[in-house]
Write a protein of this length. Structure first.
Lengths: 413, 423, 423, 413
């Protein structure tokens, strides 16, 4: 394709570092050459090639460690101004394969809570940075508050049930919880970031390595998409962890939601941009009604326009969230309630836009839309999977309650 | 557990045998299909699990002979005034378990609709082909319409008038000689025993007289079927390529003749909409059941989801919307079954086609919305295979896209309701 | 010009007199209402233009006596099995011209539905009140439900059970003494001659036995009506305050008695949905006509709007959506007219109320979408009074909001389809 | 109300000058005091008070002249960096009354094409600045390309029909056109900016004063909203104008669309913000189900959230369009196709968001939603009027075609 899909969609480009633009361009070109032009081969040897490519980026280029300070062997992207750059990289990875971006997004979200300035948590960085800045591929799973079908009443984080508990005893504490559903990677993760509540029902986040005694994984289950991010429920049988590896702070949980919304927004956007390329290509080559290209039919053009509009909106929102986070001089840090609310509100909308773009675009592709060969349907399944992972049981409602609390001062909902 | 009969049923306008028949189907769905539907989903290439259950539906229950006249061993459904209600009930009940199974078993009869529903009846062909369907062996039909270049062009028959059809039929010594390449039809990919093939007798012509619909047994020399494609969903339905290379079939395998073939073919458009709404509503009924269960057991704020006002609001919208889809699908039924009433319109009429497309488009769009929202309500459980909603979601998307998709429906509606002259 | 009969009509399930009756109404709408509807829109305070045409509909055509038994000079519509189809046809036909006129003429009968539709019949009251409606003078009824504090609380009867009603009725010497303040009902603001008033006989009670529905002639001492409110639309319907200050009416003006009043009151909920969908679809039919006309004459790229594929797509969606609304409104009709069929449900049943609310909510949401889109298609002409679409838009919004609005419908649906226990 | 509605909704606040923030605050407080707290009185003497308030802002404070260079007696807001500030002012005016903002938005749009740097058109400024920088209230009407029900084929601007024609003859030319529909103010405007085509069907914009011979107004018609912006069709009977008062440049027409989308977006946003205040107030005071405030009912809260979300989205988009225009170092000027497209695409979405916010919010207000007394319905009617004015016959379709042309390279649509 002769167009540059990144320049095509308007966004406040001044927010991204020029250095990163260069890295992003390199990833972009790599994706074109290694994956996008060779989808069928990639599909055939998927697991093998996925791991190969993941290693190239995460270890060889070093994306796995970017968020950590240089003192930990990272790339020092742990200041808020770097955030627009991080999402640019995530977008490029996801354009190649949303699962690549998704795995990085989970890692970055869990890491950012610990490593992002101004409040670097050295104990947790000491624990996770050696793993993530090393030469092995690592995966992270995150367990957020959420629903279950059984069990006694749980402590709440803004209405959502926290089903992991910690019990402190001096410098150590024990983590427990049964059949907890991670956002992804449950079956393969090396590091687990677990939202939990303490004896006083106060929310926090515990960081645990998966090899700890008492960490038990359920069966890997099949999901709609993100085939490489094997997921499984996790049970913690009184797992002993250092108290220093628990952030006992409700703000940290908000922050984790904020990062997840932003980073997974960037992932879905990246997948959409490649979908756009597929669709554009289709519209330039498909003849309809026995005459004329598909894109020159006004009705089809109006659907094409809707696809572009939804993606544009997603992109504007991703970058605007990143701006709220990065302009600490204007907004303060992620503890500002407007940041959490905006990330949740726009994060939800980004996923809707992304999915709507693909859903509408598939309409024009007919059977090519759902044939695996054309790859549109993979983006569609991946984005839907991201959307549902990101939402709690109750769908949009928990986020709507967050929005209402912020804007209307609701207290009982 | 909730019974989906809480949703609208068109009492008073269905046949007296529909109730018991639904009971039989429901039993098979509960006992034989639902426990295995995740296996079908992985079985798209081999159909190890799919074929036995297809046999159960088509042969044991016997729906493969339903359209045939009683004198040839069938049920004469095509001549009844409850054919559409009956077809819909099969589509819906089996669709609730697995819409692709519903699709492949019902679409098997699709080509037969061109010559077994009055006024377009060909008794000679019926008699000759009947043994294929009544002999206790499974016989799968395939309406082999789409061509590589054309997308939905062939279905867009009022506009394109067959002008773009590349599959040719040439009369030669009492036989039709057919050459062409079809792809994507339901029950291709090696499954079908009998094809219905839209051809042109004069390439490039837009004269309806040059449109021919010809029945071609799959074992005729020169017929080749490719392997099934990999798709997002609908695994019990195989789709692939079919090549016709100087395939010769007897002259009387053309269903009617010049002009009439094109009209009879149009009835397939209506039948396609009827099946589509049945599969879609069937899926939705099951989505409702799953959601009922999930929202009654999973919790938010330590109470079942359904006891939270805002979540209940979404649940109410979903169920209400499913109910509306079900009411509307009965409108498609009624439109077909009233075809011989004083106020009825033929199946191939512009009115019937436009109005049934309108409802099909509405239901399939709504189905995607509903199913997507249902997945969201399940949160991180929404994409899990084991809850089955995500399978419906993948299947429903295909229902939305097939048969020319949304845009063709929109054009058909515009032409009908606004008398557009140039579209 | 297009006839809106191109949109779905439920042939075969309407009474034989509906056709000719529609003809009469259509004639009046075309000749007497449509040419003047912009005047009604400005006439919300004085009703100089509105009252003569109300007289035409209620007295000359005679719909004000339609519910009354034949022996008292009425048409016995309440006892027929086509009452809902008939009511709907009036709502739709007049609504096409002016939905507020349709509203005020039909809602005039609303309070009477509590005691003229079996099984809730009060013949003594019917006989006593009949002369008001059959004497050749206009008599407007008003269902005076809403109270200042309550919003939709009173309609939400299954949940609130009358607990919040502040209007009291006290039995004193063979008379009910009524005190309270109602506001906003259709046909208040000075128009009504007869009120139906939901009261409580024991303030704060949620025992249905304490709910009383009492008929109050407007000229009873102690009844005061305030002037009409200024509103966004629906000018032919006056809404204002009504104060009851020690108003005394005979004991038998309570429609039935403890318990039964509450059940009979629930039938009003269904009737409200039926009227609403009729007014809304009537408006939409006219939107379709206006749009047909505009899109056939106004141009884009130098061709009529409707000949542009993308605009035609939107037009097709709009018409298809209106057609779907009309089909669904017939479902509301059927649900009511089937009330005595073996599969029918009483008007006050949870099923009927929930399902009719579902459809009403659907249609009114859709109507706002459709009408908004239609305005957009007209571009800078969309907001112009003279094209009349914007009037429909303002009216339709009110239909969407009244009767407890969308949220109450959602709750009702959730309770019905998901058996919620605590909502 | 104790909340500040401007700070409540997130947007890149760093884009607005601090000076303007002060002016905006002053307008905000004035609106609270003079209009918002006295809606009923304002309604009763509407025409009189409207004119009084319009004069206070436009003449006394000087908003009528802000866009013109100081050399013309204006306030010098004619550089792109000032754009975020202009929309902030428009938003505040519209919060009081959308008709106030609407009239200014039309004036600013027509003026910006002539006066905005870097390409100041001195001939046109010489003509209109004396009127708009003087001491009289002035109104501007704009006639865009659009549809009619009769007439021969017209020249096209991106598919839209141009129904005004100019014929040149040396230094003067004649303008003609029958029953043209302005975006607003047709019955009252002093200055008319008319999109027209020349002998070669080339599009341009002619500036005419309404007192010119041959300018004929039709009857004022009633509209859904914006009651004070009396509109009427206008006929030009071979009106003689100076050739210098015609900008013969397709880019100028694009620019006019861009300004209209941005400025009318700001107007609808302003109206929405006051609607939000009304709704918030309602939700804090209304008791439902005989217990509890409306805002504490989760279902109502979810609707409240939707209202806030739609307004947030509108606000983000308004400010992002303004950023594209103001960052000439990143995007160049308004001649860059991405600017026109983005303004059209997001401008359309802003109107949808604004209307959707009000539509959904009205649901919760029941009869208070449509009673004139509560004023919600005025915002609703005004915003709908703006939305339809902004769209051509064909609704969204013409803009969708613009989007498709940009993103997919369509040429025939």
């Amino acid at each position: 394709m002769s167009i540059n899909v990144n320049e095509l969609f308007p966004y406040p480009a001044q927010w991204v570092d020029e250095d990163v633009t260069a890295i992003a361009t390199a990833v972009h070109q790599w994706a074109d050459k290694e994956i996008i032009k060779n989808r069928l081969e990639y599909q055939k040897a998927y697991h093998e090639l996925f791991t190969k490519h993941r290693r190239e980026h995460n270890i060889d280029i070093g994306f796995q460690k970017i968020i950590f300070p240089e003192s930990y062997g990272g790339s020092g992207f742990n200041s808020p101004e770097k955030v627009p750059s991080i999402i640019t990289i995530l977008g490029e990875l996801s354009r190649a394969d949303a699962a690549l971006g998704f795995m990085s997004a989970l890692e970055y979200s869990a890491s950012a809570v610990a490593a992002m300035e101004p409040s670097v948590n050295t104990s947790i960085c000491d624990m996770i940075a050696p793993l993530l800045c090393g030469n092995e591929l690592r995966s992270v799973a995150i367990i957020m508050p959420g629903s279950a079908s059984t069990g006694p009443p749980s402590p709440l984080f803004l209405g959502r049930e926290i089903r992991a508990r910690i019990k402190r005893s001096g410098a150590t504490c024990t983590l427990s919880g049964k059949d907890l559903r991670p956002i992804g990677n449950g079956a393969i993760a090396d590091i687990l970031a677990v939202v939990c509540a303490d004896e006083n029902d106060k929310p926090g986040i515990a960081y645990v390595t998966a090899d700890q005694k008492g960490v038990e994984r359920g069966n890997t289950f099949i999901q709609t998409g993100l085939d490489e991010c094997g997921n499984a429920d996790i049970t913690f049988n009184d797992v002993a962890i250092s108290s220093e590896h628990v952030i006992s702070d409700e703000d940290a949980v908000r922050e984790l939601y904020t990062w997840l919304n932003l980073f997974l927004g960037a992932v879905s956007l990246g997948a959409c941009l490649n979908f756009f390329e597929i669709l554009r290509n289709w519209s330039e080559n498909r003849v309809i009604k026995g005459k004329g290209l598909l894109r020159e039919n006004p009705l089809c053009a109006s659907v094409l326009a809707t696809v572009a509009e939804e993606i544009s909106l997603a992109k504007i929102l991703v970058y605007n969230i990143s701006n709220f986070i990065s302009r600490t001089s204007v907004w303060g840090g992620t503890e500002n309630p407007i940041i959490f609310m905006a990330a949740q509100m726009f994060g939800k909308r980004i996923q809707q836009c992304a999915l709507n773009a693909i859903n509408r675009g598939m309409e024009l592709m007919a059977s090519a839309g759902y044939a695996k060969e054309w790859h549109a349907e993979k983006h569609w399944r991946d984005v839907k999977t991201i959307q549902t992972c990101l939402s709690a049981a109750g769908g949009e409602v928990p986020v709507q309650m967050d929005i209402a609390r912020y804007f209307y001062g609701c207290t009982d909902i | 557990m909730i019974s989906f009969d809480k949703l609208s049923v068109r009492n008073g306008s269905i046949s007296h045998i529909e109730g018991p028949f639904r009971g039989i189907l429901r039993d098979i769905v509960e006992k034989e299909i639902m426990p295995h539907r995740r296996e079908y989903d992985e079985d798209w290439q081999e159909h190890r699990f799919v074929e036995p259950v297809l046999h159960r539906i088509c042969v044991d229950i016997g729906i493969q002979k339903s359209l045939l006249p009683q004198e040839f061993g069938g049920w004469s459904l095509g001549q009844s005034d409850y054919m559409m209600a009956f077809t819909y009930c099969i589509a819906e009940e089996i669709g609730r378990g697995d819409s692709s199974l519903s699709l492949s078993s019902i679409c098997s009869l699709w080509p037969l609709c061109t010559f077994l529903i009055p006024p377009f009846v060909n008794m000679r062909l019926a008699r000759e082909l009947a043994p294929l369907f009544t002999g206790g062996k499974i016989c799968i039909g395939c309406q082999a319409m789409t061509e590589p270049q054309g997308g939905s062009d062939i279905e867009n028959i009022d506009l394109i008038k067959g002008r773009t059809i590349q599959t040719t039929a040439r009369l030669e010594g009492g036989h039709w000689v057919i050459n062409g390449h079809k792809l994507w039809p339901t029950n291709s990919g090696g499954l079908a025993s009998l094809f219905g093939v839209p051809c042109t007798t004069r390439p490039g012509s837009d004269d309806p007289d040059d449109f021919a619909y010809i029945m071609v047994p799959a074992d005729t020399p020169g017929v080749t079927q490719g392997p099934p494609y990999a798709k997002a969903g609908m695994a019990a339905d195989k789709n692939g390529d079919i090549w016709f290379d100087n395939v010769r079939v007897p002259e009387h395998y053309r269903i009617h003749g010049p002009g009439t073939d094109a009209l009879a073919f149009k009835t397939l458009i209506y039948m396609g909409q009827l099946g589509s709404v049945g599969f879609a509503v069937g899926s939705l009924l099951n989505v409702y059941e799953i959601l009922y269960d999930f929202s009654s057991t999973y919790t938010y704020r330590n109470a079942p989801l359904k006891e939270h006002d805002a979540i209940a609001g979404v649940l109410g919208d979903i169920a209400g919307s499913i109910d509306i889809c079900r009411m509307l699908s009965y409108e498609v039924v009624r439109m077909g079954d009233d075809r011989n009433k004083p106020w009825g319109k033929p199946l191939h009429s512009h009115e019937t086609i436009a109005r049934s497309r309108n409802i099909k488009e509405f239901i399939s769009d709504r189905a995607m919305e509903i199913c997507g929202k249902a997945m969201d309500l399940l949160g991180p459980h929404g994409c899990e295979r084991v809850l089955d909603i995500e399978k419906h979601w993948r299947d429903l998307k295909m229902i939305q896209l097939w048969l020319g998709g949304k845009q063709l429906c929109q054009m058909e509606k515009a032409r009908y309701y606004f008398d557009c002259a140039t579209l």
